[in-house]
Ligand binder design. Sequence first.
Ligand code: FEO
Length: 408
Amino acid sequence: MNIQEIVKGIHYVGVNDRVKHKFEALWPLPYGVSYNSYIVTGDEKIALIDCVSIEEVREFFINIESIAGDRKIDYLVVNHMEPDHSGSIPEIVRAYPDIKIVGNSKTIDMIRGFYHIDNPEQFHEVKDGDKIDLGGRELTFHLTPMVHWPETMMTYVEDAQLLFSGDAFGTFGALNGAVIDRDMETDVYIREMYRYYSNIVGKYGRFVEKALAKLSGLKISYICSTHGPVWNEKIAEVSEIYTRLAGYKSELGVVIVYGSMYGNTAEIAEMIARELAAKGVKRIIIHNASHSDLSDMITDAFRYQTLIIGSATYSMRLFPPVEAFMNAMETREIKNKIIGTFGNYTWASGVVTTKLVESAERMKLPVTASLIIKQSAGETTPAQVKEFAENIYNAMTNPPEASENGEA
Ligand code: FEO
């Protein structure tokens, strides 16, 4: 039970999930995840901000009751409808039948669709900038669509300079005792913020940028996301990360993702890495797509400037784990990357190069260097790799768009 008063009258009442293996049935949770919920108490009324996943509803009620006691909850503010937060809405409505569910028109439409709550009396629809007075304390609603779904909004408490940000600024990782960043070691959450952003929110960078611009005039001392720590002393750091990620700005570094059945394509990956290392590139990450989790490959590809993809030819297609990775990249509309491709064939000479180049074209990313070998590395391969690495290195040191942070 992680209950904490963040500022006077605003309590954390969220829960940890250390059982679920994969978030959205896709993304590993090695450190668990928290579903954050908050109670805001005014002189006259009480609001609950977001809910939790249905699996954790029992602890959620214990937390709510430990703060609200026998008082009724007047409002349930739904900033985001993905079921990791909205799953327990029906239970809340059952426990507090007079509660008003606060959301915008899209929220209300989704609540009807997901949970078949149809009584119009149950809803309090808000538009951008609307306020609710709790008595000496107001909630202001800012619509921030597509961070992460169309209905997403954020809720601001001006007197506390506190923003309930929905998924924005969220991280994987359950909360280990403390709730606010100043009271904990945050390294793991900062790392998991990159993974959360790239895996979950990454496709919606331009909407995140719009939201950040829209909120830039607010004084914010606390960011209360739906996952991970409450940000207080590290607001500047997490805002910088978000601004950078939303703008698809990379850190210097090379990520090599390859798929290899019998080691011949893997050998090229190692040769490319050695050539780049010899040129002084220090941050090189190699992922064997058959071994690394898609989640980590996406994270690193999102984070670093140069992405080199290699694939064996497989039934006239890319090797399946590489194909899955490229699909994930396309889905996220990844931008501002230096791209290199390499591959290997036994009898179908053009397949891998064509498929990788077509994928890069769909992402509007030019391919800086490309290399193909037949069956296994031969006499000419070292020269091919040298030229490939030279072209990549030149692009890295003269990037079309300046990258930020870190060293090559
Ligand atoms: Fe944490 Fe988009 O749900």
